[in-house]
Design a protein around this ligand. Sequence first.
Ligand code: GLV
Ligand code: MG
Length: 310
Amino acid sequence: MRSRRSVLAVPGSNPRFLEKAQGLPADEVFLDLEDAVAPLAKEEARRNIVAALREGDWTGKTRVVRVNDLTTQWTYRDVIEIVEGAGDKLDCLMLPKVQDPTEIVWLDTLLTQIEKTMGFEVGRIGIEAQIENARGLVNADSIAGSSKRLETLVFGPADFMASINMRTLVVGEQPPGYEEGDAYHYILMRLLMAARMHDLQVIDGPYLQIRDVDGYRRVARRAAALGFDGKWVLHPSQIEAANEVFSPSQEDYDHAELILEAYEHYTTVERRGAVMLGDEMIDEASRKMALVVAAKGRAAGLTRTTRFEP
Ligand code: GLV
Ligand code: MG
């Protein structure tokens, strides 16, 4: 699984941003042809993106291009020009405003045709599906299971809030008047279930108050606590916050590795199932929970500061 703690949005119409993004420590960059690009700039943005993918240095980053959604006239040319021009330098395409599994099937088929034409390995380019309206959310299970190429579901809060008439203009914040609970809880959980049912990752969308890094952290922590794998970042100041929030703490990472080591020892050397680790009882389910945290910690480059002593 690719690391996607921080997913940086870069408008394809801005060569300066396309250049700058290469030096930023985001796990993923997505070069945008959709809502960050004006209709009259779409064609030039395609050329900018192909050039940036071909000539740029994106080492260590997951490289994604967001094409326009299928209700527009641009999508098929977006896909053909980007993949024919730079498919060998691309990890995934992101399809926005997905409402129905047939949209993913369409993209999968088109990708296969282009890969065959170009002599690329068939099936290597993955898909990220953005869920941004009620129909997409209600169909999230079938969307998540619609193609082997799918790697992640992505929540699009701005479009989503507009589509359901949620009464706020501040993307990612609670709507005024909703004092208790979290107005996004159902949506986030619904996406999480659909994604995990098909072993996909799940990513939270943007937080538009880019100067409020504390606000970003607060909102990101909610998604991370539920199990989300990462969140969009719109500005360099949000990247560090995302990488930190979506990595386990050193303490949790050490604890997870300790559980794995202790459990291995007790089940194999001592042949016992449920055992005590300090004051805590651990069993097979604890091992599974520890595996998740340990994998995230290792992916984030953490190293252990404690060892298990029987
Ligand atoms: C992102 O695309 C959003 O609509 O929030
Ligand atoms: Mg959107």
